[in-house]
Design a protein around this ligand. Structure first.
Ligand code: IYR
Length: 222
């Protein structure tokens, strides 16, 4: 390995094994409190909180460290209205034609439909985009590796960071999402990954009674 550009690892922190278990259990409890919501309050949120959450997302590992992500943060009521109109048009198609009966049956417990008022109510919409290419300083176009996987990892950290801050999210995926490029002014070679709705839950917010798979059902030790 060419180590000329390597530096000592100074940021790593080890914890005593008892503390290790306490910390990870606390973290697991904390993230298990997170719920995806669809009833948002219009209460404003400090932009600095959004910036720090995005900074956290930017720490995700990525293929060849290309960091192939862009987060388009929408606050403007006008832009939100245009996004809602475009998303609802796609969703109407989805619910009336595109979705199979099997798919609609799977969604029934969530109680979703083509109306997406939260796209205007919530204080922030974050369009997450995956960059298939990186433009170098001298105009060269490099292909990125595992951009979708990398952006998925960054989005997980973003959702967790917002949850830690006391905010709620909805991972909204109107399908297709290509309208996001134009409305959010992103280049055509960026792929919209998710439209993250961010804010406080409405006072009367209700969530579906879902359960999470127990740990023994989602892992195996070999
Ligand atoms: N995009 C639609 C449908 C939808 C699809 C899945 I998969 C979900 O987990 C939830 C909804 C909508 O947002 O209503």
């Amino acid at each position: 390995m060419n180590s000329s550009s390597h530096i000592p690892l100074t940021s790593y922190r080890e914890y005593p094994s008892t503390e290790m278990l306490i910390r990870v259990t606390h973290f697991a409890d904390e993230v298990h409190r997170r719920r995806t919501i669809r009833d948002f309050s219009s209460r404003p949120v400090d932009r600095a909180v959004i910036e720090q959450a995005i900074r956290a997302a930017g720490s995700a590992p990525s293929g060849a460290n290309r960091q192939p992500w862009h987060f388009a943060v929408v606050q403007s009521a006008d832009v939100k209205r245009r996004i809602r109109e475009a998303a609802e048009a796609e969703e109407r198609e989805f619910y009336s034609h595109r979705a199979t009966e099997e798919w609609k049956d799977a969604l029934a417990p969530l109680g979703t439909d083509a109306d997406k008022p939260f796209l205007e109510t919530a204080p922030y919409l974050i369009g997450v985009f995956a960059q298939k290419f990186t433009q170098t300083q001298d105009g060269e176009r490099l292909v990125n590796y595992y951009p979708i996987e990398s952006v998925g990892l960054a989005t997980g950290i973003l959702i967790t960071a917002l949850h830690t801050a006391g905010l709620a999210t909805l991972t909204h995926t109107p399908s297709p999402m290509k309208f996001m490029n134009e409305i959010m002014q992103r280049p055509g070679d960026e792929r919209p990954f998710v439209l993250l709705v961010v804010g406080y839950p409405a006072d009367d917010c209700r969530v579906p009674a879902i359960v999470r798979k127990p740990v023994n059902d989602i892992c195996s030790f070999l």
